[in-house]
Design a protein around this ligand. Structure first.
Ligand code: NDP
Length: 452
């Protein structure tokens, strides 16, 4: 039997090879390190996982598609963006994962997101594989007509790679209900099929699931609550800092408030807002979802309790809980040190990989409960899978039913991560628990299905 340290040496070699084979993809390297650095105990304990080629296959996407997306702006000028879809692993079901429209998107970013998605989707216990896609298109400041033309051009290539049994995209940064509508319309037009299950995050009247917009934020708060319960506390009366002001942030704030916590911040790329009375969600939704404005408008209209801090770090605001809900690597070592100094008890990731590896290490060393995104924000994709189930049965469930299912799934993910961490001598380490539990499920399916 190989020891843990021999196994770790093998995994370290593989990580070096991953860096060589995938140059200039730092986010993908970071995501691969994060997972492979926690797998030694399970690979050493279960010899079948040391089978040559298993982990090598897991880190290599099954398919990567890169395509040109030409479109015309309102002045009639032709613009050209780049589109991506990485179909990473389908051992557990059709590829499933969102589309991101943001200028920072490149192949490495989509691969990091797709890789994370494999383990996240496995943790939900539902039959979904891992994938991700997007474009370097920036929807900020674009008219509805421009966004529609872009989405139509994007789908004109993407449609041939997706399908309800093949690959099912959803939203992510820059892709919300409006974009999913345009994408679905073009898919329907090209294929002449009413195939509701090809995209999730659809509108309520045409195949969308109730609670899908809320699911990621609500689920993350439920995960944070479960971590707090392990420490003998609940969310009542706790102060929370939340970053971002998009889909995930808004519904994180909504659920925190419903459970008695005081969410005092939100942010966007221009800066952050602190509101001592707690964020007024009606005002934030009006500014962000209706007017598509910036967060400084919130402070201007809210009155004396709120102030806008241009630039700066939202993590400077003292709080019991921190829920990063904007983007990758937004919470670094310095921010973690500040949070710890201010007495933070739990950090739960609504965004994907928002906490740098150094910051995670610091938080865990300080005894802060840390919920990694692949577990804590899995509620979104879980309800997407419930949307697929409703589409398949041509039915729609009540909000209560979807919310109960979401709560059960989040409880089960928390328990799985907690128990798996204990089983592998890492009590309280949700990173190890999530990685190993997700890995076991995918690896078992891959082994059973042979070398493909
Ligand atoms: P949205 O586009 O709705 O909101 C994103 C928010 O984050 C905006 O406030 C945006 O500000 C801010 N943001 C994005 N990029 C940056 C950046 N580089 N610097 C500073 N601020 C930034 O996206 P979502 O809420 O859907 O997604 C947020 C995070 O949650 C992402 O990491 C996503 O992968 C993750 N996630 C989302 C799920 C979902 O169901 N939507 C599911 C699971 C995870 P600005 O407008 O100024 O750019």
């Amino acid at each position: 039997m190989t020891t843990r340290s021999e196994t770790q040496t093998t995994l370290d070699h593989l990580l070096t090879e991953i860096e060589h084979r995938n140059p200039a993809q730092p986010e993908f390297h970071q995501a691969a390190h994060e997972v492979l650095e926690t797998l030694a105990p399970v690979v050493a304990a279960r010899p079948e996982y040391a089978e040559p080629g298993l982990i090598e296959r897991l880190v290599e996407p099954e398919r990567q598609v890169i395509f040109r997306v030409p479109w015309q702006d309102d002045q009639g000028r032709v613009r050209v963006n780049r589109g991506f879809r990485v179909e990473f692993n389908s051992a557990l079901g059709p590829y499933k994962g969102g589309l991101r429209f943001h200028p920072s998107v490149n192949l490495g970013v989509i691969k990091f997101l797709g890789f994370e998605q494999i383990f996240k989707n496995a943790l939900t216990g539902l039959g979904i594989g891992g994938g991700k896609g997007g474009s370097d298109f920036d929807p900020h400041g674009r008219s509805d007509a421009e966004v529609m033309r872009f989405c139509q051009s994007f789908m004109t290539e993407l449609y041939r790679h997706i399908g309800e049994h093949t690959d099912v995209p959803a939203g992510d940064i820059g892709v919300g209900g409006r974009e999913i509508g345009y994408l679905f319309g073009q898919y329907r037009r090209i294929t002449n099929r009413w195939e509701a299950g090809v995209l999730t995050g659809k509108g309520r009247g045409w195949g969308g699931s109730l609670i899908r917009p809320e699911a990621t934020g609500y689920g993350n708060v439920l995960f944070a609550a479960a971590m707090m319960r392990e420490r003998g506390e609940d969310l009542e009366g706790q102060t929370a800092v939340v970053s971002g002001s998009g889909n995930v942030a808004i519904y994180t704030i909504e659920k925190l408030t419903a459970l008695g916590a005081n969410a005092v911040t939100c942010s966007d790329s221009s800066g952050y807002v602190v509101d001592e009375k707690g964020i007024d969600l009606d005002l934030l939704k009006q500014i962000k979802e209706v007017e598509r404005g910036r967060v400084d408008a919130y402070a201007e209209r809210r009155g004396a309790s709120a102030r806008f801090v241009p630039g700066g770090s939202v993590w400077d605001v003292p709080a019991d809980l921190a829920l990063p809900s904007a983007t990758q690597n937004e919470l670094d070592e310095n921010a973690a040190a500040t949070l710890i100094r201010n007495g933070v008890k739990a950090v739960s990731e609504g965004a994907n990989m928002p906490t740098t590896p150094e910051a995670v290490h610091l938080l865990q060393q300080a005894g802060v409960a840390f919920g990694p995104g692949k577990a804590a924000n899995a509620g979104g994709v879980a309800v997407s899978a419930l949307e697929m189930a409703q589409n398949h049965a041509r039915t729609s469930w009540t909000a209560t039913r979807v919310e109960e299912e979401l709560a059960d799934i989040m409880t089960s993910i928390h328990t799985t991560c907690h128990e798996t961490a204990e089983r592998y001598d890492a009590p309280g380490d949700y990173v190890t628990g999530a990685n190993i539990a997700g890995f076991e499920r995918v690896a078992d399916a891959m082994l059973a299905q042979g070398v493909i």
